[in-house]
Design a protein around this ligand. Sequence first.
Ligand code: NAG
Ligand code: NAG
Ligand code: NAG
Ligand code: NAG
Ligand code: NAG
Ligand code: NAG
Length: 462
Amino acid sequence: MKIFNPFSLLVFLSFTTISISSHLFSPLDNYLINTGSTLSTTFNNRLFTPEHSSFSTSPHSISITNQNPFPNSPSIYHTARVFTKSTKYTFPVKTKGTHFVRFHFHAFNSSNLDLGHAKFQILVNGYVVLSNFTRFLSDCVKNPRVVEYLIWVDYEKVEIVFVPEKDLNFGFVNAIEVVSAPNDLVLETAQFLSEEGLKSFDDLNKQAFEVVYRVTVGGPKVTPFNDSLPRTWVTDDEFLKSSDGSERFYFGGRINYRVGGASREVGPDNIYNTARLIKSKNDYVPNVNMTWVFPVVGGYKYLVRLHFCDIASISMRLLYFNVYVNGYLALEDFDLSLVTNALASPFYADFVVDGDSSVGALNVSIGPSKSTLAHVVDGMLNAVEVMKLNNTHKSLDGNVCANFVLNSHRSSGNTGILLTLAAAACIVLSLSIVIRRRIVESRETVSWSRLPVNLSEDSVKG
Ligand SMILES: *[C@@H]1O[C@H](CO)[C@@H](O)[C@H](O)[C@H]1NC(C)=O
Ligand SMILES: *[C@@H]1O[C@H](CO)[C@@H](O)[C@H](O)[C@H]1NC(C)=O
Ligand SMILES: *[C@@H]1O[C@H](CO)[C@@H](O)[C@H](O)[C@H]1NC(C)=O
Ligand SMILES: *[C@@H]1O[C@H](CO)[C@@H](O)[C@H](O)[C@H]1NC(C)=O
Ligand SMILES: *[C@@H]1O[C@H](CO)[C@@H](O)[C@H](O)[C@H]1NC(C)=O
Ligand SMILES: *[C@@H]1O[C@H](CO)[C@@H](O)[C@H](O)[C@H]1NC(C)=O
């Protein structure tokens, strides 16, 4: 008789998990919601399901359908949920750690509502992630726009609140994703780079981030189809400002992912097998930089993640270069093979910098260093990500904190004056919010099925 051995099962299971996770990341929390629809739909090979009544607790919403969608537009963008009052979605999560929170927006005209007039704010777990939807509006009329945030989740849920700007205004969303991220996506520390040089930036993973740019350098656009965390990496052409002597490079071999370097989740093969290079012309090392400029809103800190993979050198210890962020030396005489110990092996470096309001842009430069050799490759970059960090008001969009957003929405009155008092009010409100929240929670417990049917045109037009 065979005796069941629980230990061997455990060993078997843990090995299976390891081998699965090294091939394909499968998130434990994976909510893909086709808001405003009663149907499931597949988009980018992922199944988006209709809203479940337990996700939200507000009756002040309707679902609308685009009667004249663009030909070939994915069906996920044919419906939207429209909110006329603050509406909360609650997603229970299984894993503590960084989560992707993505919102899909495609403004359309339905029979009596132009989504192009929406004015609303979004809160996620007490962060103001979006306070001025207008800044995304022009992007999401012709084509859909996906806005992505990375949020550290300490407790058991992700709470998303849509707050229409005024009582007569409204918000909308076509789809929502709440997906756990791999543990190594955002680490605990980065380097803070300023005129004083480099110093440690701790608790990086506890910040909230808005993904502002995700750029593959030298290669074609990378679509969610070729990224295990379905991300889009746009081309660098519009950001590359000075490219004297640089060239694109494509590598057809295998990308050598190694422990301690970047994993395939940090960056897919398609971003590492292309790059831009500076190369010697015979025995002459060109005295140039490749520079990329990224327009940003000032007054926030930004995480600049630089991806490197030496796909072009003929052997190790030949490539040395300098890396500058905002003109400050970030990596000096950088020898990629020293950290990867192999060719075609991905590596990334994280720098936190201040976004300067007067400049309105971040820049990254790569150029030869004092150790650069002739006859070989003299500088390289494969990809860049730029992510905005929340400010001290726990906001990614303005200086108004979440409690104030919730309360100013409920009270009518002169919000202009109220806004200037916002900072002070946040402190007071945070004391009273607990009491108010209890009242609100006991009031708003109606499920999705009870939607208002008599929402007239007047009541939703701003
Ligand atoms: C809706 O239609 C109006 C009138 O044709 C147009 O001005 C507006 O831009 C449209 N809105 C969207 C989001 O397409
Ligand atoms: C919101 O964004 C729009 C477009 O970027 C801008 O014109 C407007 O001034 C912003 N509003 C506020 C209150 O910041
Ligand atoms: C995926 O990447 C391969 C090259 O690695 C490319 O040929 C293909 O077009 C890409 N697919 C999509 C859908 O982007
Ligand atoms: C890069 O940024 C720094 C600091 O903001 C600025 O002084 C410099 O002029 C910028 N360089 C380019 C090429 O934009
Ligand atoms: C490259 O950029 C850095 C930082 O802005 C600057 O100090 C250096 O002089 C530049 N090198 C060249 C050759 O322009
Ligand atoms: C972001 O918010 C957290 C609170 O959750 C705060 O500790 C941190 O200092 C904020 N980040 C910045 C850069 O102000």
